[in-house]
Design a binder for this molecule. Structure first.
Ligand code: NAD
Length: 496
């Protein structure tokens, strides 16, 4: 791992790709418009990036459709597709530091997180998806003696992957690796707040041998190029990660256009219940802090609601505060930094407004709550803890997407379940208890796509990631992710 000084030096000399990637070529947007990418840790301009519109979307969709129809990717032997995706995984791994630096500069996250989590997870996702290609079999249906009914899976066609800024490279990989593995052509629309690693990924995809038109990257804003893709009559699938609000709009666009499959991974307000019989409160405090303060709280599964049994709160809260102090904001390029900068000034203002609302609604601001600067600049905020949170408060119901924890208390099992499920979201949920029966019973009751018992965010490539209720309708990772990118076909053969 590089030193702080080495990262700072590399940041000065990094070369960034700023053009869109369409049909195998890097090109400016047809309108010539650009979006300014700003490093939120310093306020400095990083790059002027092509800002695509519906015109670029049309060109990319036509190219992706032509590539799909030609069979240059969808019909080549599975082993060949697998080899190319494995090569891409190797290239990402070889260029780990460059990817880490790009995402750190583009959205403010700590470099250590990128080096040890975002990039390795991306590499795993490509390898695992590639390896899955030739291990999935069709089925034969148990019909009658006089027939043979085959159930096979086919790629859907053109997939538009629309992703957020909080894990720019990793979120993109969760969509495009399984979509490409299944034989589709993909148009990736990175967030306007963090487009740079997706463009570098495109360059490596070309080097790895992914044919022209099979992977395209269209940077630009959501309401222009994102909307154009979602409304496009020749896009077959929208694979989306982002806010619940935009997820709803995408469903409308699908309805208005061609009923494209619309897979949504949306927002969260994940509860963590700590029962009085939790045998390791220190471990729980460390996990809660990690859950809400890592990645500046800009995490869909952030532990933003702590629901703790009343009898242990006085013992637990000092432990939590000690953990919170470890997340003092610092320069994201310093490998020791555990909390970097928020993605931009607009987001910082929104998080501060939510903290203000928490105070006026009567919650008790126990820790943090202020914006700060590092080296006299940047969009930083202190890790923030509220106690006395009530269910009708905005800090309990609204996804703040920043390092803000709302703590409420309960005094019986039913109350804990009721508080945890009182949310429009259902992404993750945590349980801390030493009672096995209680752990299972609680897990069964919680309305969430993922439940963690005595840990937070346990996950790997083999386990599905996604939520219920307004947290979405889809799963990334695991073999289940391939279901989004394949259609089932029944072929009935008469043997009579
Ligand atoms: P966002 O919804 O604002 O944007 C996500 C993407 O959608 C961006 O690329 C954006 O440009 C695009 N977009 C915006 N409006 C659009 C429109 N009208 N049509 C088409 N595309 C449009 O979300 P964000 O601020 O980038 O990310 C934060 C959100 O992402 C949070 O709610 C977080 O919980 C969620 N998230 C969810 C998961 C998950 O797995 N469930 C993971 C990470 C982030």
């Amino acid at each position: 791992m590089n030193s702080y000084k080495q990262w700072q030096e590399q940041a000065q000399s990094i070369t960034l790709i700023t053009d869109a990637f369409i049909n195998g070529e890097f090109v400016g947007s047809e309108t010539g418009e650009t979006l300014t990418s700003i490093n939120p840790a310093t306020g400095e301009i990083l790059a002027e990036v092509a800002s695509c519109s519906d015109i670029d979307a049309d060109i990319a969709v036509a190219g992706a459709r032509a590539a799909f129809q030609s069979g240059v990717w969808s019909r080549i032997p599975n082993a060949e597709r697998k080899k190319i995706l494995l090569k891409l995984a190797d290239l990402i791994e070889e260029n780990r530091d460059k990817f880490a630096l790009i995402d750190t500069l583009d959205m403010g996250k700590p470099i250590s997180d990128c080096v040890y989590f975002d990039v390795p997870t991306t590499v795993d996702t490509f390898r695992w998806s590639a390896e899955a290609i030739d291990k999935i079999y069709g089925e034969i249906s148990p019909t009658t003696d006089s027939s043979l009914a085959l159930i096979t899976r086919e790629p859907v066609g053109v997939v538009a992957a629309i992703v957020p800024w909080n894990y720019p490279l990793m979120m993109a990989s969760w969509k495009i690796a399984p979509a490409l593995a299944a034989g589709n052509c993909v148009i990736l629309k990175p967030s306007e707040k963090s487009p740079l690693s997706a463009l570098y990924l495109a360059e490596l995809a070309k080097t790895a041998g992914i044919p022209d038109g099979v992977l395209n990257v269209l940077p630009g804003s959501g309401h222009t190029v994102g909307k154009a893709l979602a409304l496009h009559p020749d896009v077959d699938v929208i694979a989306f990660t982002g806010s619940t609000k935009v997820a709803g709009q995408l469903m409308e666009y699908a309805g208005q256009s061609n009923l494209k499959r619309t897979w949504l991974e949306a927002g969260g307000k994940s509860p963590c219940i700590i029962f009085a019989d939790c045998e390791d409160l220190e471990a729980a405090a460390s996990a809660v802090a990690l859950g809400i303060f890592s990645n500046q709280g800009e995490v869909c599964i952030a532990t933003s609601r702590l629901i703790i049994e009343d009898s242990i709160k006085d013992e637990f809260i000092p432990l939590l505060i000690e953990e919170a102090k470890k997340y003092t904001p610092g320069d994201p390029l310093n490998p020791d930094t555990m909390m970097g900068a928020l993605v931009d000034q607009q987001h910082l203002d929104q998080v501060l407004a939510c903290i203000g609302k928490g105070k006026t609604e009567g919650a008790n601001l126990l820790f943090g709550g202020e914006s700060v600067q590092v080296n006299d600049k940047g969009c930083y905020i202190q890790p923030t803890i509220f106690t006395g949170a009530q269910q009708d408060m905005e800090i309990v119901q609204h996804e703040i997407f920043g390092p803000v924890l709302a703590i409420s208390t309960f005094s019986g099992w039913e109350e804990a379940i009721q508080l945890a499920n009182d949310s429009k979201y259902g992404l993750g949920a945590g349980i801390w208890t030493s009672n096995l029966k209680k752990a299972h019973k609680t897990a069964r009751e919680l309305q969430a796509g993922m439940v963690w018992i005595n840990n937070w965010a346990g996950s790997d490539t083999t386990t599905p990631f996604g939520g219920v209720k307004q947290s979405g309708n889809a799963r990334d990772k695991s073999l289940h992710s391939l279901e989004k990118y394949t259609e089932i076909k029944t072929t009935w053969i008469d043997l009579s």
